[in-house]
Design a protein around this ligand. Structure first.
Ligand code: SF4
Length: 686
């Protein structure tokens, strides 16, 4: 019997674990450890263990589909391409927009932004970064000159103290959690701040159950306590940073005293003091955060406060220290690196007239005027509130009908489009609204590269054939570009050739090639030359700012856009669980994962539940100003009183029907993580 083991990279979270797909008779039948993987040493979480299970699902898309009235009917590739090309050509460039994907390869993201800019000539290109990590790009770039995670995953094990805030690491990035366990075993103190006593909290030496939306207050409180006691790292501040006096003047205000912060956040003063002391005195503090810090109207402020705290204690640029800004999906880092952003070309080169010329020369094509396009959040606003502004949308591997806040508004916007093209592996909630659907290959069915949360570039290797007539996204983009008269700029023998072009136009990838990704199997960017070993730890000698100094920027606490009131008396926060991933498109088709967490739930504190007459397991109604859903209640003392939690994976109880689209004023990320909700019994209770 023909069995082979194909080393590749997990398609789920941003940790980017290596695994072997076990292939028998042309089918992916299992996953086995890839011990050499430097990210995870052969260990996997349940999602990685069962990563093969969705690949051969019976409902994979296998042929292009074209809308005829209410129905989507099968069509040939030529029919679909002709219709798409004809439809796109009807509109002006500014009336077209593209959404790229944090779940496809670097090569595919690179081609999508090149297609948007050179074939459609539109500036409106984005990926889900503006729903996930945009505050990190803005906040860390302001502080350090680069929006990337500063240390490597393995390096976390060397930390002497770790603050985890806005990240349920052990469920969302379990193999990063493993490094936290290793650090703890080496003597590190683990501090966990979260309104829920999650599985991550169980590993903490100190748990801080703070009120949602009080992150900045908490961080300012830590900083005041550190400065008040003279524990700041004076040498680091003096040699490596500027604007410390501005920070000091702001954080020393009475409102940032531990007493005031304790009152606001609900965390005992003594615990705040202990956390601050551990971080300041450990000699090597790491901060791990993820979407829980980003997805707020104060997202950029949250990130700036984290950067301030790390510079204050001199905890950047050395082994065991740093800002671990964990990316959610597997290739969110790569999608951003590749320039699938409305204001950046590949390699975070800003969209300016000068860089526009540079890209036009490199691509031998016209590129739209050097102005930023719509972010995905701007785009949804334009579609919903200014119909006719954008008339056609091309979505590759994203499902905004579940992933974006205020879903009724999203649906209104998408239904108002004259032409919607969706390219995906399944008929998602978004694809069901499309005029044309194109069947794509999944991670196991194509070659490519992906970049994990620590900037490590790794390979995807083809293990099996795509089902039916499905094709890799990169191939679809090239064929479509050809149909639209741009064959010359989109002719590649394969993904290796696309990667070579990426290396030419993306300074951070300049020294990389497929050959180098075979041995030593992966490289951290920046890797500026063919003999450069890559850079696991950033900012060792100097920061990436123009003068090489880290920049302190004091931030003041602001309340979330929506706070509880008489009508909506509880806080709603959202997140993910161990067994499912994002909108569930892949994990819900995995028998072993779906069995463990088959439907959504709303967590509510026993005292809140008792006041409402709600019992555990009872189906309740959750209502916000955006809409309502019916969902089983999980009554648990592992959540703060006054706070509720809903996981985001489930279409039948979609958390994002309820969430608030109010954006952070700078990064535009919506406030998924703090809204006001009312929970009520269904008529007559149960
Ligand atoms: Fe996959 Fe993330 Fe689990 Fe690793 S930790 S196996 S990358 S889901």
């Amino acid at each position: 019997m023909d069995v082979k083991y194909v080393p590749t990279t997990c398609p789920y979270c941003g940790t980017g674990c290596g695994l072997n797909l076990v292939v028998k008779d042309g089918k992916a039948v299992g996953v086995s450890p890839w011990h050499r993987s430097p990210v995870n040493d052969g260990k996997l979480c349940p999602k990685g263990n069962f990563a093969h299970e969705f690949i051969h699902s019976e409902d994979r898309l296998t042929k292009p589909l074209i809308r005829k009235g209410e129905k989507l009917v099968e069509a040939s590739w030529d029919e679909a391409y002709d219709l798409i090309a004809k439809s796109f050509k009807k509109f002006k460039p500014d009336e077209l927009a593209c959404l790229s994907s944090a779940r496809v390869s670097n090569e595919e993201n690179y081609l999508m932004q090149k297609f948007a800019r050179t074939v459609l000539r539109t500036p409106h290109i984005d990926n889900c970064a503006h729903l996930c990590i945009a505050p990190t790009l803005v906040g860390l770039t302001g502080a350090f000159g680069s929006g990337a995670m500063t240390q490597s995953v393995a390096d976390i094990a060397e930390a002497k103290s770790i603050l985890i805030i806005g990240s349920n690491t052990f469920e969302q990035h379990p193999l990063v959690g493993r490094r936290v366990v290793q650090a703890k075993r080496n003597g590190a103190k683990i501090i966990y701040a979260d309104p829920r006593f999650t599985p991550t909290a169980k590993h903490a030496d100190l748990y801080l159950p703070f009120a949602p939306g009080t992150d900045v207050a908490l961080l300012n409180g830590f900083m005041q306590h550190i400065i008040r006691n003279g524990w700041e790292n004076k040498e680091f501040i003096g040699n490596r940073t500027r604007d410390f006096e501005k920070l000091k003047a702001a954080v020393m205000q009475e409102k940032n005293s531990l007493a005031s912060v304790s009152k606001l956040s609900g965390v005992p003063e003594k615990d705040l003091a202990t956390a601050a002391e551990w971080m300041a005195k450990s000699g090597g503090n790491a901060i791990i955060y993820s979407l829980g810090m980003n997805q707020h109207t104060t997202g950029v402020d949250n990130v700036r406060a984290i950067a301030d705290l790390q510079m204050l204690t001199g905890s950047v640029g050395r082994p065991g220290t740093g800002v671990c800004a964990l990316r959610g999906p597997n290739n969110l880092q790569g999608a951003c690196d590749m320039g699938a952003l409305p204001d950046m070309y590949p390699g975070y080169q800003a969209v300016t007239p000068e860089n526009r010329k540079k890209m036009a020369d490199a691509w031998h094509a016209e590129v739209p005027e050097g102005k930023a396009g719509y972010s995905v959040t701007d785009l949804i606003g334009v579609l919903a509130d200014k119909p006719g502004t954008v008339k056609a949308l091309y979505i590759m591997g994203e499902n905004p009908m579940l992933s974006t806040p205020d879903l009724h508004r999203v649906e209104k916007g998408l239904r108002g489009l004259e032409f919607l093209l969706v390219q995906d592996i399944f008929l998602t909630e978004t694809a069901a609204l499309a005029h044309v659907v194109l069947p794509a290959a999944c991670f196991a069915e194509k070659d490519g590269s992906v970049t994990n949360t620590e900037r490590r570039v790794q390979r995807w290797r083809k293990a099996v054939n795509p089902p039916g007539e499905a094709k890799p996204d990169w191939q679809i983009l090239c064929e479509l570009a050809g149909k639209m008269g741009a064959a010359k700029q989109f002719t590649y023998k394969g993904t290796e050739e696309i990667f070579a072009e990426i290396a030419k136009v993306t300074p951070q990838y300049a020294g990389m090639s497929y050959a180098r990704l075979e041995k030593p199997e992966s490289l951290h960017w920046p890797c500026p030359a063919a003999d450069h070993p890559g850079t696991p730890i950033l900012h060792g000698e100097k920061f990436a700012t123009p003068d090489g100094l880290g920049v302190f920027a004091p931030v003041e606490w602001r309340a979330p856009a929506e706070v509880p009131d008489k009508e909506y008396p509880l806080v709603l926060t959202t997140g993910q669980c161990l067994w499912q991933f994002h909108t569930g498109t892949m994990t819900r088709r995995s028998e072993d994962l779906e069995r463990e967490a088959p439907t959504g739930w709303i967590e509510i504190h026993p005292e809140d539940a008792a006041g409402l007459g709600i019992s555990d397991g009872e189906v309740v109604r959750a209502v916000t100003r955006r809409g309502q859903i019916e969902i089983p209640a999980k009554v648990t003392s592992e959540i703060r009183k006054g706070v509720t939690f809903i996981p985001v994976h489930y279409a039948e109880s979609a958390a994002n029907v309820l969430t608030n689209s109010a954006p952070d004023p700078v990064s535009k990320i919506p406030e998924f993580r703090a809204g006001a909700v009312r929970v009520e019994q269904m008529a007559g209770g149960q």
